[in-house]
Design a protein around this ligand. Sequence first.
Ligand code: TYD
Ligand code: MG
Length: 457
Amino acid sequence: MAKSKIAYVCSDCGSDFPKWQGRCDDCGAWNTLSEFRTGSPASGGSKPRAGQFAGYAGSLSDVKTLAEIDLTELPRLGTGVDELDRVLGGGLVPGSAILIGGHPGAGKSTLLLQVLCKLAQSQSAMYVTGEESLQQVAMRAQRLSLPTDSLKMLSETSVESICAVAEKHKPKLLVVDSIQVMSREEVPSAPGGVAQVRECAAYLIRYAKLTNTVLILVGHVTKDGTLAGPKVLEHMIDCSVMLESSTDNRFRTLRGVKNRFGAVNELGVFAMTEKGLREVKNPSAIFLSRADEPAAGSVVMVVWEGTRPILVELQALVDDSNYGNPRRLAVGVDQNRLSMLIAVLHRHGGVQVGDQDVFINVVGGLKVVETSADLALLLAIISSLRDRPLSTDLVVFGEVGLSGEIRPVPSGQERLNAAAKHGFRQAIVPEANVPKGGVKGMKVMGVKTLAAALAAL
Ligand code: TYD
Ligand code: MG
């Protein structure tokens, strides 16, 4: 009989090594390798037993050409929550595995319970809870006034039992909350370890693929902000989304990290209320909570999130530095980019902030990764430095190059339309982003260089 194989797996990056060592060669983390015993072939290994999921169409070992593959099954299952559908790329794809990650208390269980209770009325759905008791979940559903009559509930932590029950009830949608408490009998390590998480997820995903079930796994984020064994899970699943809370804790943003069926970096926004999570249909409203008085250092920009524009307020504070080494602090934008832009401002705009502290903040706790924020950032710095408020009906966007040129950004027209809809009357944008026909009710100033932008101010 063949012996079971032993490998040592890094709990941070998922790399495996034949021998134990103190430091992972791949990610450089110390003391993260733990023993991982792959099942012996005689016991069936990680694969389900032969004939276990018999009776379902299609076997994974059939070879077909792309043209022969039946595409009729592809219609997506809407979740009934637009913000979630958007992040998923238009709904749930049958046979796909989705991972919802987030810190404990982010609202993953709440969101899924809300979605499933409503969906269960038209589809068969099953919610497996390994963390909370059935009473706890039922009480929450009752408190949120959700329809409770059709959702099938199961309290279980063994994946073999879950798949056996699921096989009997054949749900179209299976939620497992959470993958960190699940275990397989054959794997000797404790639940939550790399080996267990990997094996359990593989087992459940295989079940989902063979039976065309939508599988949603809940995963907790560890202290340092990564999903326990992030790479361990990420290559197996089709779609990974993160539920994050904003700085003031009332809003939750749902962001796609990986999606085999749509674009990533879509953003869904929810508000946590006493009645559970509510969709925020117009996120610009929360990121734009401006005081009525014009304030120096504040400017509104239009950032592009996935498929839609969001208006966000950016604030800068420039102040005399008390120390020899002035501080540059950015919250919500990249710190290195800030340093770079300050250099451009000095060299090509002739504005010196070398002896000043510069603080940048994106209101509402949003993280902006787009370069379209560059121009707004520089104008905010100048506004604060000169203590001259910018007009409250002005929006700004555009990328700034190292030679002081203002570069166009994608979807200029849509950004301007969104700003006009929110009542903005003036815009400073890259020359190439100025629409030919103009924007109704808005004065759009196209600029080519940083110097021209300063002049337009
Ligand atoms: P939960 O959904 O259990 O989070 P997770 O499964 O991601 O760990 O909890 C969400 C948090 O939201 C919890 O701390 C309490 C709060 N909450 C509300 O504010 N309103 C509500 O209606 C509910 C159900 C929870
Ligand atoms: Mg939970």
